[in-house]
Ligand binder design. Sequence first.
Ligand code: BJW
Length: 256
Amino acid sequence: MIWSRIGRIADLPTNVLPITTIVILTGAGVSQESGLDTFRDRGGVWSRVNLEDLATPQAFHRDPAQVHAFYNDRRARLQQPDIQPNPAHLALARLQRDWPGEVVLVTQNVDDLHERAGTPRVIHMHGELLKARCEQCGLILPWLGPLSVVSKCPACRDYGRLRPHVVWFGEVPLELPRIYDALARADLFVSIGTSGSVYPAAGFVGHVRSEAKVRCVELNLEPQSGSGQFDESDYGPASLILPAFVDRLLGRVPPG
Ligand code: BJW
């Protein structure tokens, strides 16, 4: 490791760690200030609808039209002009661009706001709303309009087998081997805007803490039930606290 290329968390007096690999986990709180609802906050998605009717494979097979309607609405909402990346997304894009080491961005979000902010490499562990997947042949393709029970797969030409490319409860999240590889390399793990209530993502902090060298930071609007697992926490809107945190990491702000 070349010292001039090593980053530090500048304001940790007794724990100035050499950091090369940063793993970031984002959740719905990062996109909340862009106008997208979170899931479990007051007024969140799961307070308005029953997740068991909409976000499980059983629900899809029982009533695909109802599940399509739910995701069609959210897909359309995501593409409305007022939904734009906010300063939190932009800060993470800046971090991935300017950090001399590796920044692995893992998101639980199904929106495309990290990409629109200019982050080229994003791992979408719960899938992507603007894609469809064929249950028959496995094709994954961009999908911007509504899906229906008669949508036709362009590859296998079967009808009614296309579904939103998202991960429902009881399904295995995507790209877990890549994520756990990155966690094994991590020097710093940062969890942003997630309630930490959905596994396996909720277990990442415990997983990396078993590696004593990994420093764990939580950024959220307010303390969560798992906050005690983190070495450092900062609370406030992601659009404010995340740009400041990235400034500190990139050394633009001297130790306070
Ligand atoms: C701000 C802010 C601002 C707000 N600034 N912060 C018992 C029964 C059945 C299943 C289970 C069980 N126990 C465990 C399970 C497993 C289950 C699970 O965890 N369930 C729990 C609910 C208990 N998990 C699964 O089923 C997963 N699969 C699985 O485990 O497979 C088995 C397996 C694993 C590994 C290897 C092999 C096998 C799949 C989970 C799929 C989750 N899918 C969803 C829907 C995606 C599609 C869609 O969008 O509709 O993913 S659910 C929903 O929750 C979505 C999110 O990605 C996920 C996480 O939510 P998130 O992002 O944390 O949002 P919120 O709303 O919870 O929190 C928002 C946070 O933001 C809050 O903290 C706020 O404070 C904060 N905030 N404004 C900063 N401005």
